[in-house]
Design a protein around this ligand. Structure first.
Ligand code: FES
Length: 103
């Protein structure tokens, strides 16, 4: 097993208004903090568990906001906190990918 069981990257890239779509203009920073808090509350944070990281542009901007979870390399988009909660509860806790949010 890797150092983390699940390593989650949230694109937090932000472009100026009028430019191409970017994840941080869709609330990515708030969602990344929400995910971090929830993983901590579930006592899953740390080595052998889950790491929630920020990332720069992952180059899937038009499909965003995006996250990617390794080692599975599963890509998701999301709209709100309930989508993030579903990804954490289903994919990370129960090992069942959330098909409706995959990209
Ligand atoms: S801005 Fe998020 S993938 Fe490019």
């Amino acid at each position: 097993m890797g150092y983390y069981k699940h390593h989650v990257f949230f694109c937090l890239n932000e472009r100026p208004e009028g430019d191409r779509q970017s994840c941080n203009r869709c609330g990515a920073s708030e969602m990344q903090l929400h995910a971090k808090d929830r993983i901590k509350a579930l006592k899953l944070a740390g080595p052998g568990g889950v790491r929630i990281n920020k990332s720069g542009c992952l180059d899937r901007c038009e499909e965003g906001p995006v996250i990617v979870i390794y080692p599975e390399e599963t890509w998701y988009t999301y709209v709100d906190k309930s989508d993030i909660d579903e990804i954490i509860d289903e994919h990370i806790v129960n090992g069942r990918p959330v098909e409706r949010l995959k990209i």
